[in-house]
Design a protein around this ligand. Sequence first.
Ligand SMILES: Cc1cc2nc3c(=O)[nH]c(=O)nc-3n(C[C@H](O)[C@H](O)[C@H](O)COP(=O)(O)OP(=O)(O)OC[C@H]3O[C@@H](n4cnc5c(N)ncnc54)[C@H](O)[C@@H]3O)c2cc1C
Length: 440
Amino acid sequence: MKARPQDEQHAAGQSCYQQQLNADQRQYCPPLNQDLQVDVAIIGAGFAGLSTAFALAGHGCRNVAVFEAGELGAGASGRNGGFIMGGYSLSPAALLRQLGDARARELYQLTVSAQQLIKSRMREHALDCDLVDQGIVLADRFGRPQRLRAVQQIMNQRLGADWQWLAADALRDWVRCDHYGNGLLEPQGAHFQPLAYVHGLASLVQDQGIKVYSQTPCLSVRRDGRHWQLNMHNAGQECVQVRCKKLVICCGGYIKGLNVKQAAGIMPIATYMVATEPLDDLLEQLLPGAAAVYDNSFAFDYYRKSPDRRLLWGGRISVQQRSVDWIATRLKADMVRLYPQLAPVKIDFAWSGLMAYTRSSMPVIRQHQAGHWSALGFGGHGVSTTTLAGELLAAGLCGVNEDYRLFDHYRAQRTYGTLGLCAAQLLYWYQQIRDLTLRK
Ligand SMILES: Cc1cc2nc3c(=O)[nH]c(=O)nc-3n(C[C@H](O)[C@H](O)[C@H](O)COP(=O)(O)OP(=O)(O)OC[C@H]3O[C@@H](n4cnc5c(N)ncnc54)[C@H](O)[C@@H]3O)c2cc1C
């Protein structure tokens, strides 16, 4: 089976991150133009693929190549909200229910370590990614302090976090929105320019002698004795072959069409972002704090200030890619609902990206058969968890340890294609209506 044309999957509006990237940050990764043999081939140069490559280099494994279908960061990693948050797409309460306190706490704490790792990586290697290390604020949209207290209790007492209570007055030091009650501050949370981090990671990986190829989609994979044979296309539309001992699939929500079993376990879900025109005093009036902000609805809004004085705003999900006009109109309406002062403000950029959801809402980080690994299904919590996955997979691939087996509980289960997507959309609409009826 052939991979579906990548352009069709990636067509989703240009993000402001492309424009913010300067020449020093931008990495050039050529397409592959001849057959290649490597120890490890990684398909997908998002955070998952590049984090795995970088961690492999740390274990001395450098005969590695990473292949990207589009441009570097064309997937979710280069288009996301830039929230470096702890936890998984699966809710903390569900994680606790499914794994019990000790294991849930262990898995949650791994994501906290990954948050620290990303930040220390940026500092240690002087990656210029506009890091703002001042926490993430969760605001109560329902005016129900007990509900927020229960979240704080789960996070702190059962998962070992230290989320701080922000009474309504204190919350206004961070964010001035009349629709919020109290809030919680995740102090380890941070935000950054995600596309700059993709390019930064690619530069670190290339410095270690690992090759990164862009515009080189993998069309199919097949087992060939003890090796894997990958059939690749390059920008010149020629077919080239890659032979490797170990294969790592990191294709995120763009995996459709690749002939690996795990593709059937991934639901591609689109989500959307806009960036306003640069704003002056108004931005500081609405967001006096530097933290990124989201709320506790199911269909939550998330936003933050960018260094070029824009408001970056994300929200909504759907099983369809939408037009740039649709995104700009809907997200502007969401913004104005919370902040009527933003009504006259212009939207300069609108874009979408695909998240990869599994049925469990947990990532699939595992070895499926000898030499065939994957890091997939990070959903809307992919910044820290892909970093964690890269560390776990690299240690597993190099035989250093089997810590990746901490995720054994979560396997790729079929998502039933269109039927699964319809079910996901109906659930989202139901939750959206529920949010509306409960909101203050
Ligand atoms: C708009 C948006 C906002 C988000 N906000 C946040 C946030 O604020 N915080 C957070 O933690 N998470 C957020 N997420 C989720 C997060 O971005 C993702 O979970 C994470 O980036 C997934 O990384 P990945 O490497 O698995 O996938 P991707 O970044 O999607 O990378 C997969 C790559 O594989 C490539 N690929 C696919 N098939 C092939 C093939 N056959 N051959 C070669 N290459 C292939 C794709 O082109 C793609 O570049 C957001 C996602 C979106 C879309």
